[in-house]
Design a protein around this ligand. Structure first.
Ligand SMILES: Cc1cc2nc3c(=O)[nH]c(=O)nc-3n(C[C@H](O)[C@H](O)[C@H](O)COP(=O)(O)OP(=O)(O)OC[C@H]3O[C@@H](n4cnc5c(N)ncnc54)[C@H](O)[C@@H]3O)c2cc1C
Length: 497
């Protein structure tokens, strides 16, 4: 593990038995896990290169239990790591040796469905896909669709501001969440937003969405649902060069067309996907675009023609238009299987997540290829092209000494490149531990301190998910107005990791 986490607090570890007993008093029965064997499944999230068994796992079932747990941990100075389904790819749910892992899996109920107001109230452990499943019988769906939607929880989606293929047109989690209930580390139950479109007071809901478990524990989520579009059709377009595919994406958006999804794959990803699912992807192209249009049938037909014309102008060499639902789903099947398919090219891969301005795509791909040569590691690219969100998959073998370090260094260079060309460090996977130490590439000290002051307003003792997001652990008092004398470092005893 090359990323350093805060040193475990030995005084807390010495009190482990008492902490476990106190948690058992709050959550009786099987809600507390403390045996070494049973803690193992919790030692990692989707960023499996990093592992650390938690001190203890607690699985509450009610908001009151969450409040009591947090109140207890706050009083006793015990750290807490919230966890949904543990699919984070940035290590957001990575446990700490001296922290309670607060699993929200038992919060799995759909509380209310309101078709008139087009909203659903759910507990945070409900999976993303389960929301759509609950309302599809009435012709509705929940739009943000991370590829992990079968497993990831809506609470995790809120914490990571997750996205997916359809977010280009319908927005990320933040654009589809109307309200949350949140328990603070002090055990106070707060509500942000609600069922109405316009809340009173400051819009603090936006602060909570994407806060990566650092501000509180989400115990209820209200999301908007949409009527299923009348029609959805897709184009599968092959290009002889990624530059041409990138230009087609830019020209489509510039023409005022916002597709429901616009995904790109490069040659290695196309070949891996085709070998895996055999859906008939063209193998003689350098880049493949899948463009989905949805809405009333007449509008779809018109936009399909427009996108096809833009693609032809950009030198597309293959162009297929889905004629029925089976064919549309077949176009998507390869893209949806791209990650596991790439997993067959090398023993391990490291999925990066950064965002760039769309027009810089060809240049970024060229420089990524140069980096691939420099590091001697292959890379396959799958993107949410419409949003400029890259997912380079770096191929490596963890059993070869030094390859994980190389893959991480390669990944860091890709993220630096994203920032250099005017993009951002994350697209949708969050900062977590993975991108924590790169935050200064994007934010200066003033920005970072201001963000940490927000953290301090919710969690002054830094007990919630410490070691994530912020590269330097500031004590909240330090972030007040302090006088730095003769350039001497204030608070020299605070760990910097
Ligand atoms: C194969 C695969 C594909 C993926 N595809 C996508 C994709 O297309 N788009 C995308 O955006 N992401 C994707 N992801 C990443 C991941 O699924 C998302 O980040 C997801 O939102 C995490 O949800 P989770 O329930 O697993 O959260 P966890 O991994 O358990 O936790 C993630 C973060 O949320 C916090 N958290 C969880 N629950 C709560 C809560 N109730 N209150 C407060 N904080 C909480 C945790 O502390 C942590 O910081 C993918 C992951 C995998 C493994």
């Amino acid at each position: 593990m090359s990323i350093k986490m805060p040193e475990p607090d030995q005084a807390v570890l010495a009190r482990r038995d008492a902490i476990v007993a106190a948690l058992r008093a709050i959550v009786p029965g099987e809600g507390v896990i403390d045996s070494e064997r049973e803690l193992t499944p919790y030692e990692s999230d989707g960023l499996t290169a990093y592992r650390q068994p938690p001190m203890v796992v607690v699985l509450p079932e009610t908001t009151q239990q969450v409040a009591e747990i947090l109140r207890y941990c706050h009083r006793e100075g015990v750290k807490v790591v919230p966890r949904g389904s543990g699919t984070s790819l940035s290590g957001g749910a990575l446990p700490l040796a001296d922290a309670v892992l607060l699993g929200m899996g038992k919060f799995n109920r759909v509380i209310e469905i309101d078709y008139d107001d087009r909203l659903v109230v759910v507990q945070p452990g409900v999976t993303n896909l389960a929301i759509t499943r609950a309302v599809e019988g009435e012709g509705f769906y929940y739009a943000p669709d991370p590829s992990s939607q079968i497993a990831c929880s809506i609470g995790g989606n809120v914490a990571e501001n997750s996205g997916g293929v359809h977010c280009l047109k319908y927005g990320l989690t933040t654009n589809n969440v109307l309200g949350v209930e949140l328990v603070t580390i002090e055990g106070e139950v707060l509500r942000f937003g609600g069922k109405a479109l316009d809340g009173a007071g400051m819009d603090l809901l936006g602060v909570i969405v994407g806060s990566e478990g650092l501000l509180g524990v989400v115990t209820e989520v209200t999301v908007r649902i949409l009527p299923k579009p009348e029609t959805a059709r897709a184009l599968l377009i092959g290009f002889p060069a990624v530059e041409a595919a990138g230009q087609c994406v830019a020209d489509t958006i510039a023409a005022g067309i916002i597709p429901a999804g616009m995904e790109m794959m490069d040659r290695p990803a196309i070949h891996a996907a085709e070998a895996f699912v055999k859906v008939g992807y063209p193998l003689n192209v350098e880049a493949l675009l899948i463009v989905e249009l949805d809405g009333p049938a007449a509008e779809c037909d018109h936009l399909i023609d427009e996108v096809a014309a833009i693609a032809q102008r950009n030198g597309a060499t293959t162009l297929q238009i889905s004629s029925d639902e089976d064919e549309r789903l077949a176009f998507w099947a390869g893209r949806k299987a791209a990650f596991p398919a790439v997993g067959r090219l090398a023993p391990d891969y490291y999925c990066m997540d950064g965002t760039i301005p769309r027009r810089r795509l060809p240049e970024v791909l060229q420089r990524m290829e140069a980096l691939s040569q420099q590091y001697g590691l292959g890379v396959a690219n799958v993107f949410h092209a419409g949003d400029g969100n890259l997912h380079p998959l770096i191929l490596y073998d963890a059993n070869q000494p030094g390859q994980l370090d190389k893959a991480e260094a390669f990944g860091n260079d890709i993220l630096r490149l994203c920032v250099e060309v005017g993009g951002v460090l994350t697209g949708e996977h969050g900062v977590g531990v993975e991108k924590r130490d790169l935050m200064p590439e994007m934010f200066d000290e003033i920005d970072l301190k201001q963000q940490q002051r927000v953290k301090c307003a919710f969690d002054p003792a830094s007990l919630l998910n410490p070691g994530k997001v912020f590269p330097t652990l500031h004590r909240c008092a330090e972030l007040g107005r302090t006088h730095v004398h003769h350039g001497q470092l204030s608070f020299p005893d605070i760990p910097r990791f």
